[in-house]
Design a protein. Structure first.
Length: 513
């Protein structure tokens, strides 16, 4: 049999030409293959020449897509090369700036050195002149004493009674005057050089900002603070948990945002953990927490309060001496060792990969707890007369903010110093401040405090500047009943638990009517 050069034959059936194409297996097949291995009914066989038309079109489509991708990659490569050039120019510019600052510092030091030496020289010279004048006075006094003593010696050896009697009066008067005269004293005073105290910062020339991104920097960039945006009036854009059904809330407490951007809420009355979608507000999951260790309660109930999300786990404090761990499927994982007192507040610590800050009831101590080793690392004695109900950490990991029933405090981790944040009395007076959060960085960091608004103070979420401790504004009052806890989404919204619902607020310029 003479085979045509353009025809291809089946490897399984050498005498059969590959006339067909199997859409299911995506390979050419022969007529015999269509009987057993690739039946027409289930494998979608078509003629090879007809299939090739569609295959070529599909390849052309993906070629176009790849060309677009290649253009994007080439453009990105060009941008990367441009960035390298920019970084090179920035390096040279910063080197020049450092050299200029160094020269200025050297010139300043030399001038200050010259001024100091001139001051010392002038001071010593003036003191030397004073000492020289004093020396002249002493020489004159010494000469007078010598003359008087010499005259007295001559008179005592004089034989003539007349001479002694006639000279006695004047000589005696001169001797008495010189004897009673006090010897002049001069003082040069204290003269010394006092070295300038060391500056608070170790840098003498300046500092460099813009270090390589760390995990903490990436977290900050996801919550980048825009002062203009946050200065706008606020509007409620979503309300969760108020509809009848499985997602109905009764007493919402803690709130957090998980890795998927969903809103996670604890309900102390229902003893449940709810997960809501941040876009549509629909309940995604409901976890029952009744199987928590109940040996601390006579009622046999759990009270899920504060919540922190750490490495895909939900860490919950439920007003007991234990910290509970749940996975994202809602299953209980473990509990921590016993704490000295019941847990009142939790938040991630300066090392967010392993540290947790834990506030304890009826104490003025915040425990630094290691989540990896399940052990206490240290304690921060803030010396306060209140129990922190809620805690938050600043962007630079140097300050803790906390609330109790009447106060809001800023605690400096460096020296454990405490500064109370007090709003103007003509604006608000704190009553039952609860949930607290910090957003922004540097001088733009702001504290958001939930106030339940009992008695005279307006309920709502109040803003303070972390840097100046000054009151900024009230986010909202009319839409809130008794706000408890607060969390921030990556797109610039705040989420507040409010008794029987969860409310999401955004600046007006981020909303559309």
């Amino acid at each position: 049999m003479v085979r045509k050069s353009k025809e291809h034959y089946c490897s399984q059936h050498p005498n059969q030409v590959l006339w067909f194409y199997c859409n299911r297996c995506e390979i050419p097949v022969c007529r015999d293959c269509t009987v057993m291995e690739h039946p027409t009914a289930s494998h979608g066989l078509v003629k090879l020449d007809e299939a090739t038309v569609d295959l070529r079109k599909d390849i052309e489509k993906w070629v176009k897509t790849c060309k677009v991708a290649k253009n994007e990659v080439d453009e990105a490569l060009g941008e990367a090369l441009e960035m390298k050039l920019i970084l090179g120019s920035r390096l040279a510019a910063m080197y020049d700036a450092i050299d200029v600052s160094t020269r200025k510092l050297k010139d300043k030091v030399k001038k200050e050195e010259s001024d100091l030496k001139k001051t010392v020289s002038d001071t010593i010279s003036a003191r030397e002149k004073a000492v020289s004048a004093h020396e002249d006075d002493l020489q004159l006094l010494s000469s007078r004493l010598n003359t008087a003593l010499q005259m007295a010696g001559q008179l005592s050896s004089e034989e003539s009674d007349y001479v002694v009697a006639s000279s006695y009066k004047s000589l005696r008067s001169s001797l008495i005057r010189l004897a009673r005269m006090k010897t002049p004293v001069v003082q040069i005073g204290e003269i010394k050089f006092v070295e300038q105290p060391k500056p608070k910062t170790t840098s003498l020339i300046g500092r460099v900002t813009g270090h390589p991104l760390t995990r903490r920097d990436r977290w900050i960039s996801a919550h980048r603070w825009n002062k203009t945006k946050w200065g706008e009036p606020w509007k409620m854009v979503m309300k969760l948990g108020d509809a009848k059904g499985e997602g109905k809330l009764k007493d919402a407490r803690g709130v957090a945002i998980n890795d998927d951007g969903d809103i996670v809420v604890t309900d102390v009355d229902c003893e449940r953990l709810y997960v809501y979608g941040s876009q549509d507000g629909k309940v995604k999951k409901v976890y029952n927490t009744e199987f928590l260790f109940n040996d601390d309660y006579q009622e046999g109930k759990s009270f899920p309060n504060s919540i922190v999300i750490w490495k895909g786990l939900y860490l919950i404090s439920d007003q007991s001496i234990y910290l509970k761990y749940y996975n994202t499927d809602g299953y209980f994982v473990k509990r921590s060792p016993k704490f000295p007192n019941k847990i009142s507040a939790i938040c991630l610590g300066p090392n967010r990969d392993s540290q947790l800050l834990v506030g304890l009831v009826y104490t003025t101590t915040i425990v630094v707890y290691n989540l990896d080793t399940n052990s206490e690392e240290s304690r921060i004695d803030v010396g306060l007369s209140f129990t922190p109900y809620f805690l938050a950490l600043s962007a630079d990991d140097r300050k803790i903010v906390g609330t109790d029933s009447l106060h809001c405090a800023i605690i400096d981790l460096k020296d454990s110093s405490v500064c109370m944040v007090t709003p103007p009395k003509d604006v608000i007076s704190f009553w039952a401040p609860r949930g607290i959060g910090i957003i922004g960085e540097g001088e733009d960091e702001e504290i958001f405090v939930c106030s339940s608004g009992f008695r005279v103070s307006p309920k709502g979420v109040h803003r303070f500047s972390l840097a100046t401790k000054a009151y900024v504004s009230c986010v909202n009052t009319k839409d809130l009943k008794s706000p408890v806890d607060i969390a921030f989404t990556a797109d610039g919204k705040i989420v507040v638990t409010d008794t029987d619902s969860v409310k999401v607020f955004a600046p007006s310029n981020l909303t559309s009517d």
